[in-house]
Ligand binder design. Structure first.
Ligand code: 9MR
Length: 345
C-alpha cells in the first residue's frame, strides 16, 4: 500500500511542480516597483523551469555576464551582441524592462584590452568607442546602464585598473560618453559592500557630489546587496539612507542573501536559517519601499534559483541557498512571506 502511495505521489510530482510555477499570484504584480533578475542565456535556452520563472516572476531583466567587456567586445574590431540580443529579445517578448550591466569594469575585461598599448588619447578612444558602440546598439531598448562598476576600494581610494591607470577622470568621462550615445538611458554607478565600509560609501557620495557640481550626467546608484544573514541591519539601512539622500534613482541591483558564507560542508538550511534569510529579504524590501517612489528603479536578484547563483559556482559553495527560488525552481518560504507582507501593506 505504502509503495502504491509513493508511486502515486512520484507520478504527481511533475504536475504539482507545474502547478506551482503556473500559479496566478505573483509578487511582481503587487509590488509597485520593477522586480528583476539577472539571467544566463544558456539556462534560458536549456531549462524550461528557469525560462518559465524568468518570464513569469520578473519584469526587469539584466544579463548576468553577456554585456560585460570580455564577452560583448572580444576583439578590438569585433563586438558580439548575439547573447545580449537574446536577453533583450526574451525581455521584449515578456514585456520586461532591460537593465544594462556593465559598460566599464576592472574585471572581465577582454584580453586585447589588457594587452593594449597606447597613449592617453588612444585609451580614451578605445573606451569611448566601447561605450558608445554598445549604448547605441541598444538605444531605446535598455532603460538604464551600469556605466561603471566597482570603481572604489574599501578604503575609498580609486581601484587600480587598466582604466584608472590610463585615463585620468575615467569615471566622469565614461558617464559623459554614455550620455552622448543615448540621452534617454538612465546612467548608474554600481557597487557592492558599502555596508560597514564608510570610506567606500563616502567615496561614492563624493563622486556623486562632484558629478553634480560639474554637470556630469549620473541618474542612479546601484547597491548590489550581495549580503548575508550575518550582515548588520543598521549598516544596511545607513547605506540605503545615505544613497537615497543623493536624490538619485536607487537600484538594489544584484540581490542575494548568503546563508552559508563560511562554506560549512555540513551546512543545513534549517528553519532558523530560513527565518533569518526571510527577515533579511523583508528588511531589503521594506527599506526599499520607504525610498521616495520617484527614486525607485527596482530590485534585481542575481539570477533565479539557488543552484544558478554565482555563489555556488564562483566560490565553490555547493551548500548555498541565497535566492527566492529553490533548486527545483519552487518558491521558498521567503517568497511567500514577502508576498504576504506586500499584501498587508
Ligand atoms: O555572477 C557573475 C559570475 O557569473 C561571473 O563569473 C563573475 C565574474 O567576476 O561576475 C559575477 O557577477 C558580478 C557582477 O557582474 C558585478 N558584481 C559582483 C557580481 C558577483 O561577482
Amino acid at each position: 500500500m505504502k509503495r502504491i502511495i509513493t508511486l502515486l505521489l512520484l507520478g504527481l510530482a511533475p504536475f504539482l511542480q507545474a502547478q506551482q510555477i503556473n500559479s496566478t499570484n505573483f509578487l511582481k504584480q503587487i509590488i509597485p516597483f520593477p522586480l528583476g533578475a539577472s539571467l544566463n542565456p544558456r539556462l534560458l535556452e536549456e531549462n524550461l523551469a528557469y525560462r518559465t520563472l524568468a518570464a513569469s516572476e520578473f519584469n526587469s531583466i539584466t544579463a548576468e555576464n553577456h554585456m560585460k567587456m570580455a564577452l560583448i567586445h572580444p576583439e578590438a574590431n569585433r563586438f558580439d551582441f548575439v547573447k545580449g540580443d537574446e536577453i533583450v529579445a526574451f525581455a521584449k517578448k515578456n514585456k520586461s524592462r532591460v537593465h544594462g550591466h556593465t559598460l566599464v569594469w576592472h574585471n572581465q575585461t577582454a584580453q586585447w584590452m589588457k594587452d593594449f598599448q597606447g597613449d592617453q588619447q588612444a585609451w580614451e578612444n578605445l573606451l569611448k568607442n566601447h561605450i558608445q558602440t554598445i549604448v547605441k546598439h541598444y538605444q531605446g531598448q535598455i532603460a538604464g546602464w551600469d556605466v561603471v562598476n566597482e570603481a572604489f576600494l574599501d578604503d575609498g581610494s580609486l581601484r587600480p585598473s587598466i582604466w584608472a591607470d590610463h585615463i585620468p577622470d575615467y569615471l566622469a568621462k565614461s558617464f559623459t560618453w554614455a550620455h552622448e550615445a543615448d540621452s534617454k538611458a538612465l546612467l548608474f554607478y554600481n557597487d557592492y559592500g558599502q555596508d560597514g565600509k564608510p570610506k567606500k560609501m563616502e567615496a561614492i557620495l563624493n563622486m556623486v557630489q562632484d558629478f553634480k557640481k560639474r554637470q556630469i550626467p549620473i541618474h542612479g546608484l546601484g547597491l548590489q546587496m550581495h549580503i548575508s544573514i550575518q550582515s548588520k541591519n543598521e549598516e544596511i539601512k545607513q547605506v540605503i539612507d545615505q544613497s537615497t539622500a543623493t536624490g538619485l534613482h536607487i537600484h538594489f541591483s544584484e540581490v542575494d542573501v548568503a546563508v552559508n558564507p563560511k562554506n560549512n560542508p555540513d551546512f543545513v538550511m534549517d528553519t532558523i536559517v530560513q527565518k533569518a534569510q526571510s527577515e533579511k529579504f523583508l528588511l531589503l524590501f521594506s527599506s526599499y519601499a520607504a525610498i521616495p517612489v520617484k527614486q525607485q528603479y527596482g530590485i534585481t536578484f542575481w539570477n533565479v534559483g539557488d543552484k544558478d547563483s554565482w555563489l555556488r559556482g564562483y566560490f565553490k559553495r555547493p551548500k548555498e541557498y541565497p535566492l527566492l527560488f529553490d533548486e527545483s525552481y519552487q518558491r521558498k518560504g521567503a517568497y511567500e512571506e514577502l508576498y504576504q507582507w506586500v499584501k498587508k501593506k
